[in-house]
Design a protein around this ligand. Sequence first.
Ligand SMILES: NC(=O)C1=CN([C@@H]2O[C@H](COP(=O)(O)OP(=O)(O)OC[C@H]3O[C@@H](n4cnc5c(N)ncnc54)[C@H](OP(=O)(O)O)[C@@H]3O)[C@@H](O)[C@H]2O)C=CC1
Ligand SMILES: CC(=O)N[C@@H](CCC(=O)OP(=O)(O)O)C(=O)O
Length: 346
Amino acid sequence: MIKVGIIGSTGYAGGELVRILTGHKEAEIVWYGSRSYIDKKYAQVYQNMFQIVDAVCMDDNMEELAGQVDVIFTATPQGLCASLVNEEILSKVKIIDLSADFRIKDVSVYEKWYGIEHKSPEFIKEAVYGLCEINREDVKKARLVANPGCYTTCSILTAYPLAKEGLIDMSTLIIDAKSGTSGAGRGAKLANLYCEVNENIKAYGVATHRHTPEIEEQLGYAAGEKVLLNFTPHLVPMNRGILATEYAKLTKEVTYEEVKAIYDKYYADEKFVRVLDKDVCPETKWVEGSNYVDINFKIDERTGRIIMMGAMDNLVKGAAGQAVQNMNLMFGLKETEGLELVPMFP
Ligand SMILES: NC(=O)C1=CN([C@@H]2O[C@H](COP(=O)(O)OP(=O)(O)OC[C@H]3O[C@@H](n4cnc5c(N)ncnc54)[C@H](OP(=O)(O)O)[C@@H]3O)[C@@H](O)[C@H]2O)C=CC1
Ligand SMILES: CC(=O)N[C@@H](CCC(=O)OP(=O)(O)O)C(=O)O
């Protein structure tokens, strides 16, 4: 059994880690980390765990935890993991960080977009960007995984095959994305109050959202060139789900069958990426609660553009599910263990 510690187990991403790992046959959570609920039963924080999880929440101490578990998930605010990790800890335990601390390779880009000083830049180079479908072999060998962001996972996987094959002009790429409010976390914020979110849709972080450089960097590696793109997120009145609609000029004339063959080349064997049948648009409701990303595309012959679409659950493939997928790879387990979650509906 793999022993797991979760720092930030009481947040939305941490709560989803607990839900998924509770059904995992090879892993056992031994540390439910929290600052606000120390000594309180975990099932009192999240009542869906009543009579399922009997443990109490414990104060976080990464040094102490490193000696007791095989893997630590940090589902905590930006900057926290980077401020705690050190060589001694990494020599004892594997870390999967759900925050953005180790996602961006250029520390000055991280510091500019996040507005915080990076406390352990010496580990950025070593950290593996944990997008399993793309970096599977590196994840298997990693001791520190940077779990990708929610918008970024959906945006990158949706465009990746076409970027990699040079089929889209990367300078024309525009990503329009929508997210449910759980993407903003459980902490009380004015912008996330019921009356602010309900019956409302708004763009935010326009031209400044911190996921922009992460998407640019990863799609830049795929395309083999520096990528600058427009990424506009929107907050929509639902709990979970991300929908990304991406537009780009095609670099040559192609048929539906040719583009479909490219998507199949990358994803036909990927359990968690479903390229839908022709003309079926991805919808968040058909992936809710699951680790799937649903993808499709449409060629607009009139404008010479292709429209790519992706839908995903931000808390599962966009956070906890992907983190468990990374853990499975790091420990040589079946990649899908604990993740064969059928989407829920309604
Ligand atoms: N929500 C989402 O859809 C996604 C989130 N992420 C990332 O996951 C991380 C967690 O996000 P999310 O769950 O939404 O956030 P929440 O605000 O819901 O939860 C934050 C968690 O971090 C804990 N925490 C806060 N400050 C500290 C601290 N100084 N020391 C230790 N623990 C602390 C909180 O503990 P307590 O309340 O017990 O004090 C809580 O458990 C973030 O980095 C986020 O970017 C990534 C992908 C998707
Ligand atoms: C709706 C909402 O507020 N979403 C978050 C994205 C959350 C996320 O998962 O991204 P990270 O992993 O990088 O934190 C945001 O826009 O900042």
